[in-house]
Design a protein. Structure first.
Length: 263
């Protein structure tokens, strides 16, 4: 009921958590504008969203390392709907789970996709979100709070998201801007990209992407400050970081199959 008829942008919506969020929102009869790199996949997701009951569904394909795409996506929402109620930022660039090899250009490009485009999208959408008193949902990672090995470039982008949007939330409160910001701190989820990247190193069982997507939407709709998923393991890690950071680091290193990490 809270999301019926709401106008929602979902980035990274052609697969994984973003695709599942699109389907949940479609069942809630929201208006959807989906973005991702692969047009063929987006077309199929949009078709299924319409079958599931979306009030409307459309897409824009492209890579978020393009400086012009964020404004193009937000402009499309304005032209189509005349406003926006929720911006869900979920896309990520490709990054390997391995030792940092000194590739500074990769860090720069990943920062453009995983961080700068988030800032650009939020900035472009803010006038419409202020008008609707809407919500920004930022899909981040436990890697943005706890820096484990083999994720240096990726972790850097997620720490940047945490810093920027937490600071922006404070400014909204000071200026009495009624736009909520929800940070989603995710652990190991069974998306195809995550499983293919880390399953040979991390023996844990990943959490289901369908439930993860629903928890993100629920947190955004309820305007929560943050959501942890899966709640118990992520919450335990964050507690250990506060009281025994060196123990946590040791436990993380000890949990990996280090012999399988490719240099």
């Amino acid at each position: 009921e809270m999301l019926r008829g709401k106008r929602v942008i979902v980035t990274g919506a052609s697969s994984g958590i973003g695709e599942q969020m699109a389907y949940h929102l479609a069942r809630m009869e929201a208006h959807l504008l989906l973005t991702a790199r692969t047009e063929a996949k987006l077309q199929k997701v949009v078709e299924k969203c319409l079958e599931l009951g979306a009030a409307s569904a459309r897409y824009i394909s492209g890579s978020m390392d393009s400086p012009s795409l964020p404004e193009e996506v937000v402009r499309e929402a304005g032209n189509t709907w005349g406003g926006l109620d929720m911006l869900i930022l979920n896309h990520i660039g490709q990054s390997s789970f391995t030792y940092f090899n000194g590739d500074v250009e990769h860090v720069r490009k990943l920062m453009e996709t995983n961080f700068v485009s988030y800032v650009a999208l939020a900035t472009a959408a803010l006038p419409m979100l202020k008008e609707s008193e809407g919500s920004i949902v930022v899909v981040s990672s436990v890697a943005g709070r706890i820096a484990g090995p083999f994720t240096a470039p990726y972790s850097a982008t997620k720490f940047a998201l945490e810093g920027f949007f937490s600071s922006l939330r404070q400014e909204f409160i000071i200026d009495k801007v009624n736009v909520s910001i929800t940070l989603c701190i995710l652990g190991y989820i069974n998306t195809e990209s995550a499983v293919s990247a880390v399953s040979h190193v991390i023996p844990d069982t990943p959490a289901p992407k369908e439930e993860c997507a629903l928890e993100i939407i629920r947190a955004g709709a309820l305007r929560r400050r943050e959501v942890l998923y899966p709640a118990r393991p992520v919450g335990t890690m964050l507690l250990l970081r506060s009281i025994a950071p060196e123990l946590l680091d040791s436990l993380i290193r000890g949990s990996y199959r280090l012999e399988n990490v490719r240099r």
